[in-house]
Design a protein around this ligand. Structure first.
Ligand SMILES: Nc1nc2c(ncn2[C@@H]2O[C@H](COP(=O)(O)OP(=O)(O)O)[C@@H](O)[C@H]2O)c(=O)[nH]1
Ligand SMILES: [Mg+2]
Length: 314
């Protein structure tokens, strides 16, 4: 059945999870009609969004993000929360795949009716992926999820995108001899709010070494900032360190002013992402126009230089 604003409103009221999934598909669509309806849906639900805690979960592949999200998500559900998991994965735009393809690691969470797991949009313009994930997040909130976890693969650009939509960025780091900071750009450590050293059950000593290493690095990098990211040694298997993680998170949530300031700054990123995406969609249409096809033909036939053509195309 084709979605309408009315059917989405009713589906949300009835807590029909398939309606949420379809509404997100609508938000991810690049078709003009879908985008129009998606805007109406968002406008309708916007005032009901904003009430969740939004956390970005980042780290290189294999560090334990999915395992952590499964375990932490189940803990939240035991405490009475409802958890939505979204993903930003810039590589999935190219491969059409998704980091949440590994739903097996989240088998408990994905079978809970208090959880909703959604892979990253598999296509999108620059700006579009972030815009789609942000708007999906708003819909999950309006539906009634009070904790949103945004999983992202640790390749720099995606952390920047995720910080444009979450209240806090949680970085998962692997304990490893000497190579702790390998592949982790300084810029990312400037963005994180929590560092969780993972898999402490495998090698507790190595995990402690990594902790002091990261603490030293952060002490220098974050010297002048209000929030000092705690570094916590954890295991998603034994739940070691989770008390500390819980306390740290509560302390962070308590800093309401900081979250408020971040959210208002994020409004501008959202606005900009919409503008970037719109411009690129317009550009794509223009590129296919007969005027452009004519210029392309002249370039190919060497009747016109690229520089001349670019002047004519303005
Ligand atoms: N022993 C142990 N293994 C873990 C822990 N967390 C993750 N793993 C394992 O590490 C591997 C990668 O985990 P995964 O969650 O898929 O990592 P992702 O790529 O970051 O999502 C899997 O084999 C997990 O079972 C942990 O806390 N302890
Ligand atoms: Mg994963």
């Amino acid at each position: 059945m084709k979605l309408t604003l009315k059917s989405v409103i009713e589906g949300f009221k009835d807590q029909h999870i398939a309606t949420l999934a379809k509404a997100i598909t609508l938000i991810e669509s690049d078709l003009d009609d879908d985008r129009k309806l998606a805007k109406e849906v968002l406008k309708h639900f916007y005032s009901q969004s904003g009430k969740s805690l939004r956390l970005g979960i980042s780290g290189t592949p294999g560090v334990g993000k999915s395992t952590f999200i499964n375990s932490f998500g189940m803990k939240l559900i035991e405490e009475g929360h409802r958890v939505a998991v979204l993903a930003i994965d810039p590589t999935s735009v190219m491969t059409g795949g998704s980091i949440l393809g590994d739903k097996t690691r989240m088998s408990e969470l994905s079978s809970s009716d208090q959880a909703f797991i959604r892979p990253s949009p598999s296509k999108g313009q620059l700006g579009g992926v972030a815009r789609k994930t942000k708007e999906s997040l708003l819909l999950c909130e309006a539906f009634g999820f009070d904790t949103i976890l945004v999983e992202t693969v640790g390749v720099g650009q995606s952390e920047v995108q995720v910080t444009e939509m979450v209240d806090a960025l949680v970085m998962l780091l692997q304990p490893g001899a000497g190579d702790e900071l390998q592949g982790i750009k300084r810029g990312i450590l400037e963005l994180v709010d929590f560092v969780l050293v993972t898999k402490s059950d495998l090698n507790p000593e190595l995990a402690l070494q990594a902790k002091s290493h990261y603490e030293n690095a952060l002490a220098v990098l974050r010297e002048h900032q209000d929030w000092k990211p705690p570094v916590i040694v954890t295991s998603s298997v034994t739940r070691e360190g989770w008390n500390l993680w819980d306390q740290a998170l509560k302390k962070f949530i308590h800093e309401k002013k900081m979250i408020g300031e971040r959210r208002s700054a994020q409004q501008l990123s959202w606005f900009k992402n919409i503008l970037i995406e719109n411009s690129l969609l317009e550009l794509e249409k223009k590129w296919q126009s007969s005027q452009m096809n004519d210029l392309k033909k002249q370039i190919m036939e060497e009747k016109l230089s690229v520089l001349e053509a670019s002047e004519k195309s303005i």
